[in-house]
Write a protein that binds this ligand. Structure first.
Ligand code: HEC
Ligand code: HEC
Length: 279
């Protein structure tokens, strides 16, 4: 258990270090909002306070799966990504589709499949699309563990609350994205870590190619990728690209080859497809 504890401590330090970077300043206004009469703060509990109970064990396992999906959920993963590569810092980063509070907003209706989705359904969508893998069975202990972790991160957030930090802070570009300029931005700001071929390096995951997210993933939409990149990339230098450059590089990245998703024909059965869906 010592290794587990030090991994958690390491993560806690990582999270507190990120508090010094400028992106947190920009996000502060998102950190507090009204839901009914209560103010909701982005105040996730510290990982060391996960209780020693059986539920606590499940919660810790959920955290491990999120940060090391490759090892802990191998049979369900079809590429080289871990959840934490996008849901940064184990889902504790308010700029990167944080998991904090999510148990209080699900179940939720989504137009992509035109039905009410549980939190477990939504987790499985990322397994199938972002990880280009397959859904965990509904009774899977691993699926329950991820849900337990997110539920623990949602304690104290009232059901149905509006989370100001939810998803990514969306940005606008003043002109249509220019993938040719994006290629230049990629070469100067991204290739060092993600590789000039986009296939990833020892230090960073792939951003296209067979080991990347598939075309039906949220990240495959240019507006979503641009928002993620703006506030988080280059890693540790969030908010350093202009909005236009974030869009350009997102358009370039998403114009590169990546796995298909056969079930995409079932998406948005009742309409509502976003304008930048790649299919
Ligand atoms: C200093 C190294 C570094 C640079 C430079 C960098 N990244 Fe990343 N990037 C990372 C790391 C590391 C991760 C995974 C983060 C984690 O797990 O905490 C990541 C994650 C990502 C992801 C989500 C995971 C994936 O692979 O799909 C995308 C998309 C991405 N980066 C795009 C970019 C773009 C575009 C640029 C250039 C504007 C860029 N990155 C620059 C290190 C870097
Ligand atoms: C390639 C990047 C990527 C990876 C890897 C990834 N996700 Fe996601 N995930 C996203 C994006 C993008 C969204 C949509 C965020 C948005 O549009 O606001 C999302 C949404 C979610 C949501 C819903 C968030 C909300 O606000 O409703 C959950 C829960 C989730 N992911 C869980 C996971 C889990 C668990 C894993 C690992 C098994 C994972 N994701 C892996 C990119 C990723």
């Amino acid at each position: 258990m010592v290794w587990l504890f030090s991994a958690i401590l390491g993560m806690a330090m990582l999270v507190s270090c990120s508090g010094e970077s400028p992106r947190i300043k920009t996000v502060e206004p998102r950190g507090a909002a009204q839901a009914g009469s209560a103010t909701i703060e982005f105040a996730p509990p510290s990982l060391e306070t996960i209780p020693g109970s059986q539920l606590g064990e499940q919660t810790r396992l959920g955290y491990q799966i999120v940060v090391n999906t490759q090892e802990y959920a191998r049979p369900y993963v079809g590429n080289r990504l871990n959840c934490t590569n996008c849901h940064l810092d184990g889902g504790l980063n308010p700029n990167a589709a944080s998991f904090v509070g999510l148990a209080s907003v699900y179940p939720e209706y989504r137009t992509r499949n035109a039905r009410v989705n549980t939190l477990a359904d939504r987790v499985n969508e990322c397994f199938e699309r972002s990880l280009n893998g397959r859904a965990l069975p509904p009774d899977s202990s691993k699926l329950r563990a991820i849900v337990a972790y997110i539920t623990w991160l949602s304690e104290g957030v009232p059901q149905g609350a509006t989370l100001p930090w939810r998803g990514f802070q969306r940005i606008d570009s003043r002109r249509p994205p220019d993938p040719a300029n994006g290629k230049k931005v990629y070469a100067s700001k991204c290739a060092f870590c993600h590789g000039s071929d986009g296939l990833g390096t020892m230090g960073a995951p792939p951003v296209w190619g067979p080991q990347s997210y598939n075309i039906a993933a949220g990240m495959a939409r240019v507006s979503v990728a641009a928002a993620f990149i703006k506030s988080n990339m280059p890693r540790s230098w969030g908010w350093s690209l202009s909005d236009d450059h974030a869009y350009d590089v997102a358009a370039y990245m998403n114009s590169q080859p990546r796995p298909d998703f056969a079930d995409k024909i079932r998406d948005w059965p009742k309409g509502g497809k976003p304008a930048d869906s790649p299919y």
